[in-house]
Design a protein. Structure first.
Length: 311
């Protein structure tokens, strides 16, 4: 098959490219490279069947031919990165999706949308299932991403209703693993790099806020199963680990694996940062036969091996 992956040079994009290339598919990655990690691009560029097109999807896509399936993964997902240019983040989330759909419409190519658990905001319901409508601050500093992704879901579903265009929507919960930028700014990469660089761990808030971390190989398997699910199943569907851990417990676990203790520095909790987040993945289990299988410890060990390359 021939795939188009927007955001193909990012963390999830790189892992998805590797999975599809490993199955002998052809992949064209579209990326503006604004948050891409250089070593990922260099590695992918050497792979047979891979092509990179530098392009900002907030502009209409160039003619790249026909594709069998389109994955839209374009948009920074790390708060430190998407808040640097909130207008561009919102444009990418909404105008980018519009441009992807316009390209796909010509050939009725199915579109997979990487949505996010951020559409639930700072949830008041635990765990969160797909019927929960969220608790989002539309004018907060995270709103450019949260509301951008919410609006993108609206656009996709209305496009589907209007034109019967095939779509798939995945709500992705916290994911980690190889091919993350070591300076990505998300908590697992931060903690690992701080410990192995022998620097203090930075904990925002009390550290008692919790997350559910999914290893990237499991997440990509969820993508592929959703892609291949029956046409009538559009989602949205939660993809993530149901195993929950506080940030303090995460720091403890990493210190245990690495055999090192690190000083801990506590900072003020950023505005609108979710206190708890955990998916209800019943729908994914029922419709896709999917659940996260990699234990947190195994995933952390594999991630540490990867991050050690950059010390």
């Amino acid at each position: 098959m021939k795939y188009l992956i927007s955001g193909g040079a990012g963390f999830l994009g790189t892992n998805l490219c590797l999975r599809l290339l490993g199955e002998n598919h052809q992949v064209v990655a579209v990326d503006d490279l604004s948050t891409a990690f250089g070593p990922n691009i260099e590695m992918l560029s050497k792979k047979k069947g891979f092509k990179l097109v530098k392009h900002d999807i907030t502009e209409p896509l160039p003619d790249m031919g026909r594709f069998d399936f389109i994955y839209n993964l374009a948009c920074p997902a790390s708060p430190s990165k998407y808040q640097k240019n909130p207008l561009q983040t919102f444009r990418t989330s909404l105008w980018g999706v519009w441009n992807i759909l316009q390209y796909a419409k010509k050939t009725s190519t199915p579109v997979f949308q990487a949505s996010t658990s951020e559409i639930y905001g700072d949830p008041l319901v635990h765990p969160q299932n797909e019927d929960y409508r969220g608790n989002v601050n539309p004018i907060g500093v995270r709103g450019c991403y949260d509301e951008g992704k919410r609006a993108a879901e609206t656009l996709l579903v209305d496009f589907h209703r209007t034109y019967s265009h095939p779509i798939k929507i995945a709500r992705i919960f916290n994911t980690f693993g190889p091919y993350m930028d070591p300076d990505d700014g998300r908590v697992i990469s931060n903690f690992i790099m701080q410990i192995i660089r022998k620097k203090p761990i930075t904990i925002y808030g009390t550290g008692k806020q919790s997350r559910s971390f999914c290893y990237v190989d499991d997440m990509i398997e969820g993508f592929v199963r959703l892609e291949k699910s029956p046409k009538e199943f559009t989602g949205p569907v939660n993809l993530g680990s149901e195993s929950q851990i506080t940030l303090i417990e995460l720091a403890d676990a990493l210190e245990g694996i690495l055999g090192e203790k690190a000083e801990r520095i506590y900072r003020r909790l950023p505005s609108d940062d979710p206190r708890h987040r955990r998916p209800d993945t019943s729908l994914a289990k029922k419709t896709l036969g999917w659940e996260a299988r990699t234990t947190l410890e195994d995933g952390l060990r594999k991630s540490i091996d990867y991050f050690r390359r950059f010390v």
